[in-house]
Write a protein that binds this ligand. Structure first.
Ligand code: FES
Length: 96
C-alpha cells in the first residue's frame, strides 16, 4: 500500500516511519547502498523506493534477486533507475 492512498484518519494509531526516520545519521544500510550505487537520477521517486526496500528487508533480510525485482516493480521511476535500485537493495542486504 502506498502512503498517498491512506488518509490521515486511516493512519491514526499506526506507527509511521519516514525516510528521515530510517537513520538519524543517514547511515542506514539502504542509504549507504543508495550512495554507493549512485542510484538517484532526478530523485523524485527515491524516498518511496528506499522505504519500499526497507519494508522488503524488514520482512525478508536476504531477498533473492527475483524477489527484489518483483517487490520494487510496484514503484515507478521515470528516470528508469531500476537496475541501480536492485543492485543497491542487494548491497544493503549483504552489508546490512
Ligand atoms: S530518479 Fe527520477 S523518477 Fe526516479
Amino acid at each position: 500500500m502506498f502512503s498517498c492512498q491512506i488518509s490521515v484518519k486511516g493512519a491514526e494509531g499506526s506507527a509511521i516511519t519516514t525516510i528521515e526516520g530510517l537513520s538519524a545519521e543517514g547511515d542506514h544500510p539502504l542509504q549507504r547502498a543508495w550512495v554507493a550505487e549512485q542510484v538517484p537520477q532526478c530523485g523524485y521517486c527515491q524516498s518511496g523506493q528506499i522505504m519500499r526496500a526497507a519494508a522488503l528487508l524488514a520482512r525478508s533480510p536476504q531477498p533473492s534477486h527475483d524477489e527484489i525485482v518483483d517487490e520494487m516493480s510496484a514503484n515507478l521511476c521515470r528516470c528508469a533507475t531500476y537496475s541501480r535500485i536492485v543492485r543497491a537493495v542487494e548491497r544493503a542486504a549483504q552489508e546490512g
